[in-house]
Every structure is written in C-alpha cells, then in structure tokens.
Design a protein around this ligand. Structure first.
Ligand SMILES: [Ca+2]
Ligand SMILES: [Ca+2]
Length: 429
C-alpha cells in the first residue's frame, strides 16, 4: 500500500510521489480530512485545497501540471513523526500503568497482610491467659532432682514456660514438623510418626489420634494426614509455612469464620499439594514465621545485634534487650534473656524474592523441630539440668542447609527482603 501525496512541494525529497499502482490510494479518497496546522496557518492556499480534499477522486493521477487545485496529503516524514509521537505517548501510558499496577499489587498485599496480622495476633494473644498443665513426669523429674528448693521453683517456672511454648508451637505451627512434633519423612509423608509433647500434660488425651494434643492441635494432625495421603514429602515441604498459616487462620482464628474475610484471588494452591496458601498481589504465597528472633524489625529486637546467646550467663546486650521489652508470655521471668517476639507474616514483595532464613528447606532428620533446633544451637546449655529434658527456646539458632551456617530464624539472607511487605511494618504488636 502506498500513500500518495496530492500536494507537491518542490525540492521536498521525502515526498512520496503517487506512482501508478493498483494499491495506491489517497487519504482523500475516503473523504477524510485531517487538519494540518502548517498548511492551515502558513499556507492559506493549502488550507483551501485540503478543504477541497473531500471531493471524490477523479481517478486521474495528480501532477504538478494538473491545473486543478492540488490538495495536501501526508509526507512520509510527517507520518513517521506522528507514529513516533504516538509510540512515545503509548510508552509513557504503559509505563504509568505498570507503576500503577505494581502499586495496586502492593496495596492489595498490605491489606491482606494486615488482615492476617489482626486475626493471628488476636489468637496469639490468647496464650497469655491459657491454662497450662505441666506433664506430671516433668514435675517428678524436677522434684527428684538435687536442686535447692529455690532453684526447684525456678526450674518449675522454666518448665511451665516451655509447656506454654510447646502449646503455641503446636497450635500456631509454621512448619509441618510443628504439627508432628517430629520431622516429615523424606519420602511417603503418610508414614510420619507424630510424637507426644514433652512438657504439656497428656493425661486423659493419649491415644492414636490425639497423642496428647489439644483439640486444635489434634485437628491439625488430622489435616496433615489428609494432605500427606495425596502428595509427596517434597511437595508437602514446599511453601509449608504459608500452608500452615492458612491452616491456622482458617481453623483457629476469627471464630472459624476467617476464611470468609478473604476473596478468591487471595487464596490458591501454587504448588498443587492440596494445602492452600494465602497469596500476595503478585500471586505468591504469603510466608510466615511464628518466632523470628533474627528479623530486622521496627517493633522487635533483632537477635543478630545481641550476639550469641549463652543462657547460663547471657551477655549485657541480651539482658538489657529483654529487660526493656520482656517476653510477655514469660510472666515469671524464667528466661532472663527472653525478649518479646511478634509473629512475622511476609510477602516477597515487588522483587518476588523472600530473602529470609526460615529453615523451610530443611529435610529429613535435619528438619527444623523446635527441640532439635535447640539441641543444635551453639552456646545454649541447660541452666538447670533436668535429666536432659530439651529446652524450648525460640531464640535458638538453626542450621541453614544452604551454607551450613547457624542462624537465627528471620535473618535476612541478602538484600531481597528489603522490599517485602510484612506485618511488622504496621507498627502494631
Ligand atoms: Ca500448597
Ligand atoms: Ca523481596
């Protein structure tokens, strides 16, 4: 298709001369008239001729010798300029739209994270008043120990704190091993062996189904069995914290109505293992750490700034951090070094990378189980020797499978966590 210019400007090389062609046409053929400011303002004759352009085309090839008034079409340069301008405008519009889209995604994510935060922290707060009954076997161990009476009291307070943490761990799991109190097997997740809690009293609740669990923890265990029956261990461990978060929010929060607060676009099963996750604005699972002592937070202490924890004689940094903002669940101050921890709900953000150590990738016997984590930690030792009863410390380091480093959970891996949308940004605790 060629475009024929009906107007002749001498010496204008870019003019497209109307050659004889089956496909040749003039814009004026279609009765179109487009305003050309140059010809309208500077060239009254051209303006007149363009007004005449609406006349039907006679079929005769226009020529400079043609006595009829020539009318103005478009030069190639003009068309190219117009196309270029349209291109620039389109790029600008698309750029603005892309930025607006990112902002909308981020805004949406913030709303979802805030809703999850509200539901989760409401439930988390209930543990301040939960009744915890200590396992009689643990009481017996303490009673039969060679501790002095005052130390015995402290040991009991410590054991009660661990029992409470055990309950929090089982009722607010952030990995499947919290539900099992044992590692997920490397293959065939249905063959998992669920363990009984150590510190919590299991009297009257023993049996193959509950295994000393609270009704909620037992419901999670049944949920695990349903999911494990239809997937592989690899799939099950993928996005496990997001899946546990979904389970906790929908089964334990908002009087069981929490699910109705989230739209369909906010829920998905990105890895197809049958366990849903809450999704951020970019369609990625919203991740979760119940305790993230190494997180760089505006509302929580960062264990990375306090050095290694020696629980027999915690350093000044640890004790002053804990004194300023003590763990509200440790009412008897059984752990002098325990500072307040706020559950962490986080989206990977715009760069779609989480960038946070969460021990999610640990497999087999290396899998993070709170007790195992403590046993693996460096410089953590028992203050009161309770016949090798494990400590249940959220502040213990775990071994990261990527580089074997002992790290506090929640520690940033690289710079990709800085754009994460997380609940600590809300400034609420
Ligand atoms: Ca899933
Ligand atoms: Ca990120």
């Amino acid at each position: 298709m060629r475009i024929v210019s009906g107007n002749t400007v001498e010496g204008q090389e870019s003019r497209v001369e109307g050659q004889k062609s089956d496909f040749g046409f003039r814009i004026s053929d279609f009765g179109l008239r487009v305003f050309n400011p140059q010809s309208a303002i500077c060239n009254p004759q051209s303006s007149r001729s363009s007004r005449l352009a609406a006349r039907p085309f006679s079929g005769t090839r226009p020529s400079t010798l043609d006595p009829r008034p020539a009318h103005r079409g478009y030069t190639l340069v003009e068309l190219l300029v117009v196309i270029m301008i349209i291109g620039i405008l389109a790029a600008l519009v698309l750029g603005v739209a892309a930025v607006a889209g990112e902002t909308a995604r981020e805004q949406h994510t913030r709303h979802v994270v805030e809703r999850l935060h509200t539901l989760l922290t409401d439930f988390y707060g209930t543990f301040k008043t939960r009744r915890v009954k200590l396992n009689p076997a643990v009481e017996e161990i303490i009673a039969n120990s060679n501790l002095k009476p005052a130390e015995r009291g402290q040991a009991l307070a410590q054991a009660r704190l661990y029992a409470l943490r055990e309950m929090m761990l089982m009722e607010i799991p952030d990995r499947w091993s919290d539900v099992l109190l044992n590692a997920v097997p490397t293959s065939n997740p249905s063959s998992a062996i669920a363990m009984q809690p150590i510190y919590l009293d299991t009297t009257g609740t023993s049996g193959p189904v509950t295994l000393g669990r609270t009704p909620l923890a037992a419901a999670y265990l049944r949920r695990y069995a349903q999911i494990a029956a239809n997937t592989t261990s690899e799939k099950l461990l993928e996005n496990q914290s997001a899946e546990c978060l979904y389970m906790v929010i929908t089964m334990a929060c908002g009087d069981g109505e929490a699910r109705t607060l989230f739209g369909e676009s906010t829920i998905g099963d990105t890895d197809g293992d049958g366990a849903p996750e809450f999704l951020d604005g970019w369609g990625h699972p919203i991740s979760f750490l119940r305790w993230a002592p190494g997180f760089d937070s505006p509302i929580q202490q960062n264990a990375n700034l306090l050095g290694d924890l020696d629980i027999k004689s915690p350093n000044q940094a640890w004790t002053s951090a804990a004194a300023g903002d003590h763990d509200p669940y440790d009412v008897f101050r059984a752990n002098a070094f325990a500072f307040r921890l706020v559950p962490l709900v986080y989206s990977a953000g715009r760069d779609e990378a989480y960038g946070i150590r969460n021990a999610e990738q640990l497999v087999g016997s290396n899998q993070y189980v709170a007790w195992t984590g403590v046993r693996d930690a460096t410089k953590v030792s028992l203050k009161y020797q309770l016949n090798s009863l494990p400590l249940l410390l959220p502040y213990a380091k775990v071994k990261d499978p990527a580089d074997g480093a002992l790290v506090y959970l929640g520690t940033a891996i690289d710079g990709t966590a800085t754009d994460n949308v997380h609940n600590h940004l809300l400034g609420k605790r």
